[in-house]
Design a protein around this ligand. Structure first.
Ligand SMILES: *[C@@H]1O[C@H](CO)[C@@H](O)[C@H](O)[C@H]1NC(C)=O
Ligand SMILES: *[C@@H]1O[C@H](CO)[C@@H](O)[C@H](O)[C@H]1NC(C)=O
Length: 294
């Protein structure tokens, strides 16, 4: 399990006091993206303060295996060692920046070890985890809803996010509130090719009168992968019979505000409701932040 932090700033400082007892190298921390899309580059920073002392070297490890070293007095200062899955972009790496290709094998625990020069040779280590992801090529699907419901009826919806690595986290919302966990069943199945996964989530509950807001229930499913991917699919179902007592919002107006960009007609099993996925993307990004912060 990886922590839910985003661009993690880890502050793990290990001080080795020398006989002189002087602290010169301090405040080391790593800035590392929680996840990077495969094929892009990952930029990891190792930040530290040196006072009245020179830098001896910065060493980088992935899962305890050293793959590069920056020593200002060496020519060239950056030396790269062959480690499986790690490709350092040398021209974009320097004393505090490490740039690597986001290959599938580049995931892991990264350690930066900074050492001050003689006489102290203070050494600090900081760590961070990098995940490499394959994002889904399509937005999540939301299937199985009827157009009309009335209190006492069972509502069942299935959300699917195809082919990603890792599988997306799916979350159901009813009128913008997260669905109760015991109404939701999730599973992960293998995707189209062996490395990818498809996430499925089914929500089922008995509709109550209070679920209808002005004769409608908004059902949304969102798919998230760490902090770098967030997409939602939303549908609106209506209360059977309520349409006559409450003036409905004109459909055309809704269509202008939220252009329809995907309607799936599954021969009766799914209504032709609106999908707001694109417009909700920005809202979604806000939501994911609040979601992640929680
Ligand atoms: C899914 O959610 C869990 C719990 O919040 C989190 O630890 C995990 O990193 C998430 N996975 C992805 C792929 O976003
Ligand atoms: C839906 O029904 C139509 C005819 O009513 C048929 O032509 C079409 O193939 C059906 N689609 C699916 C996905 O079953």
């Amino acid at each position: 399990m990886y922590s839910a932090n985003k661009s993690v700033v880890l502050r793990i400082a290990i001080f080795f006091l020398t006989t002189q007892g002087v602290l010169c190298l301090r405040n080391a921390h790593m800035i590392i993206p929680e996840a990077v899309e495969r094929g892009k580059t990952a930029v990891i920073k190792c930040i530290f303060e040196l006072e009245n002392e020179d830098l001896y070297q910065v060493k980088w490890y992935r899962n305890d295996e050293e793959f590069c070293r920056y020593a200002p007095r060496d020519v060239p200062p950056l030396k790269v060692f062959p480690v499986h899955g790690i490709e350092v972009v040398q021209e974009e790496s320097d004393v505090e920046t490490l740039t690597i290709k986001a290959t599938k094998e580049a995931r892991g625990l990264y350690t930066c070890e900074v050492s001050a020069d003689a006489p102290s040779f203070f050494t600090l280590q900081v760590h961070g985890t990098l995940n490499i992801v394959d994002l889904p090529k399509s937005d999540p699907e939301l299937n199985g809803l009827k157009r009309y419901y009335r209190p006492g009826m069972k509502l069942k919806a299935e959300c699917i996010s195809y082919d990603s690595m890792p599988a997306a986290n799916l979350t159901f919302y009813i009128n913008n509130e997260q669905a109760i966990s015991h109404h939701v069943w999730s599973r992960v199945g293998s995707g189209e090719n062996g490395d990818l996964w498809t996430a499925y989530s089914t929500m089922q509950y008995v509709v109550q009168k209070h679920h209808f807001v002005r004769g409608k229930i908004k059902i949304r499913c969102s798919a998230a992968i760490y902090s770098i991917y967030f997409r939602s699919h939303e549908r609106v179902v209506e209360e059977e019979g309520a349409i006559n007592t409450i003036a409905p919002l004109p459909e055309t107006k809704e269509a202008i505000v939220f252009p329809i960009n995907r309607i799936s007609f599954k021969n009766g099993s799914v209504n032709g409701g609106m999908s707001y996925s694109t417009e909700y993307r920005e809202v979604g990004i806000l939501l994911i932040f609040t979601y992640v912060i929680k």
